[in-house]
Ligand binder design. Structure first.
Ligand code: ADP
Length: 258
């Protein structure tokens, strides 16, 4: 409990800091990129190459600040009733593009909708972040499996999860990649913890996921074995229907996959 509290405090502090700085920083980046683009239009070939480097760095820094902004926004979620089955189906095409060709994406969902109360944009962020980590864990290819299901959590399981018994939606993201040591696994939810090389990882993915899941009243567990792979289990409380006054998110369009 004490560790969880410390984690929550850290998340709060980082969230506030990130939100304050990231927004202004992003505006300045737009200015840097804008002037570099102007210069590029009248530069010779060698200078244009250098300016392209500046623009590329600005773009990468922009992506980083957007992640920071998204991270700090976990504080102000727009909750509604969301069908997880529809949400995952709507993400499939994007996920195919996100992973490499040597990774197979397998999505298994129930036919019945699985409603939870959460911010749909944040839920998408959870799945995308977990998929990116799975991809990065499989540099030589492999299988990324995403399943959604409805589970009854009994007293014993609830105690393990640190939550209440009841009906939950279980989202599982599995990879057969490099896995992680117990030492790494112990730190993955810490903001800025990363084992990826400079510029490749921010260390904010899993802490963002943690923040969103716990704020939606859910629980997250990670099971991993080095050289075998990783299973991330996200339990979200299932909600029966749309309570009065709570808007239902339109089901994302089912995209043709190919
Ligand atoms: P980042 O991906 O930017 O490094 P994250 O917070 O998403 O930040 O992840 C932190 C670390 O947790 C990663 O650097 C990696 O070491 C480890 N990790 C997360 N997911 C996986 C996974 N599916 N397989 C192996 N390691 C993982």
């Amino acid at each position: 409990v004490e560790a969880q509290l410390r984690q929550a405090q850290k998340l709060d502090a980082v969230g506030q800091l990130a939100g304050g700085v990231a927004h202004d920083f992003n505006n300045l980046l737009t200015v840097i990129d804008g002037y570099a683009a102007l210069l590029m239009a009248r530069a010779d070939e060698a200078s244009a190459r250098d300016l392209a480097m500046i623009r590329e760095a600005a773009t990468r820094a922009g992506a980083l600040t957007r992640q920071l902004l998204a991270f700090s926004r976990t504080q102000s979620a727009k909750e509604r009733v969301v069908d997880i089955v529809g949400l995952v189906a709507g993400l499939e095409e994007m996920l195919h593009r996100l992973i490499r060709e040597d990774i197979e994406l397998v999505v298994t969902t129930t036919t019945a909708p699985l409603p939870v109360r959460a911010d749909p944009v944040q839920l998408e962020q959870v799945i995308v972040n977990l998929a990116v980590n799975a991809r990065d864990a499989m540099p030589d290819g492999g299988t990324l499996t995403i399943t959604t299901d409805r589970v009854d959590v009994d007293d014993e399981r609830a105690a393990q999860l640190g939550g209440r018994p009841g009906e939950y939606v279980l989202v599982t993201v599995t990879d057969d990649g490099c896995g992680m040591s117990a030492e790494v696994a112990a730190h993955i939810f810490e903001p800025f913890f990363t084992t990826k090389e400079l510029g490749k990882g921010t260390g904010l993915g899993m802490s963002t996921v943690y923040g969103i899941v716990t704020q939606s009243g859910g629980h997250i567990q990670v099971h991993s074995k080095p050289a075998e792979g990783t299973v991330v289990e996200v339990h979200l409380p299932m909600t029966s229907a749309s309570p009065a006054g709570l808007p239902v998110a339109p089901a994302p369009q089912r995209l043709a996959t190919g």
